[in-house]
Design a protein around this ligand. Structure first.
Ligand SMILES: [Zn+2]
Length: 247
C-alpha cells in the first residue's frame, strides 16, 4: 500500500523535465536525499509556487510506494527561501554548500546531523551577521570539515597518524591528519604546516556560526576542499546538471 509522507527538506538543485515539469532533489530531514518529479512546476501558476527553488527549505508531501529513484511530489510549501543566497556575493558559496551534500550522499540514506548542519550553514550564510563579516570562505571551510567528519572521515588531530606521537608537525590530506617530523617522509602528498592544524582544530571544534569571526587564508578553503575530494571519492558520480534558474 502506498503511504503518504510529509517531511521537510532543503532543495539541492533541479533539472528540467519536458516543457513544464522538473526533477528536483532535496536533502530531507527524515529520508536523506530524495528526488521528485514536480509536475507542472515550471508553469508560472504552478501550485508549488517557489517551494522547489534551490536553497529553499520546504515541506514536502509525497506518496511512497516501493523504493524508487524518483517520487512524484503531491504538494510542497515553502518554509524559508533564504532569499539573500541568490545575491551574487553569496550565490557561489551557497551553491558549494548544497553541492557537497548532493555529491557526497546516496538516495534514501538519512543522516540527521548532516541535515541540521546543511540547514544551519544556509541559515548562517543568509544572515545579516554573515553579510557584515563577509568571511564566507571561513564558513565554507568549517562546513566542509564538519561534513567530512559527520560522514566518517574526521581528520586525526590528536597525534601523528603513523606513530601516535602527540607532537604533530604537518597536516597530510592523504594520511587523513597530523604527521610528526620523523614521519613526514611517509607522505607523498603536499603537507601543510602546524598553523593549518591549529586552524582545522578551531574550525572543527567551534560552532559553525563562530567561523565567521575567523578569517583563514584561501588556502585553508582549498585544503578543506581537497580533503573532501580525496576522502569522499564517490563525490563525482550521479551528479545532476545544476540549473538554479530553472523555474
Ligand atoms: Zn609520527
Amino acid at each position: 500500500m502506498p503511504k503518504i509522507l510529509k517531511t521537510q527538506g532543503i532543495c539541492l538543485g533541479s533539472q528540467r523535465l519536458r516543457e513544464s515539469s522538473k526533477i528536483v532533489t532535496f536533502y530531507t530531514e527524515h529520508h536523506g536525499k530524495l528526488s521528485f518529479i514536480g509536475k507542472g512546476a515550471r508553469n508560472p501558476s504552478s501550485k508549488f509556487g517557489s517551494a522547489l527553488e534551490i536553497f529553499g527549505l520546504a515541506e514536502l508531501i509525497f506518496y511512497k510506494t516501493e523504493r524508487k529513484q524518483v517520487y512524484t511530489l503531491s504538494d510542497a510549501f515553502l518554509i524559508d527561501s533564504f532569499s539573500t543566497l541568490k545575491m551574487p556575493d553569496k550565490y557561489l558559496y551557497a551553491h558549494q554548500i548544497v553541492e557537497l551534500v548532493f555529491r557526497a550522499t546516496s538516495l534514501e540514506d538519512p543522516n540527521h546531523k548532516l541535515y541540521l548542519l546543511l540547514h544551519n550553514a544556509l541559515k548562517i550564510l543568509d544572515s545579516n551577521h554573515s553579510a557584515k563579516s563577509k568571511n564566507y570562505q571561513s564558513l565554507l571551510s568549517a562546513y566542509y570539515l564538519k561534513v567530512i567528519s559527520i560522514l566518517g572521515f574526521k581528520p586525526e588531530l590528536r597525534h601523528c597518524v603513523v606513530c601516535k606521537n602527540p607532537k604533530g608537525a604537518y597536516f597530510s590530506i592523504e594520511r587523513g591528519g597530523m604527521v610528526c617530523s620523523s614521519d613526514k617522509h611517509q607522505t607523498t602528498d603536499r603537507t601543510y604546516g602546524i598553523q593549518y592544524i591549529n586552524t582545522i582544530k578551531y574550525l572543527l571544534n567551534t560552532p559553525l556560526s563562530k567561523s565567521l569571526q575567523f578569517s583563514p587564508s584561501q588556502l585553508t578553503l582549498k585544503l578543506a576542499q581537497d580533503y573532501a575530494k580525496y576522502h569522499l571519492e564517490n563525490v563525482q558520480i550521479n551528479s545532476l546538471q545544476f540549473d538554479p534558474d530553472n523555474k
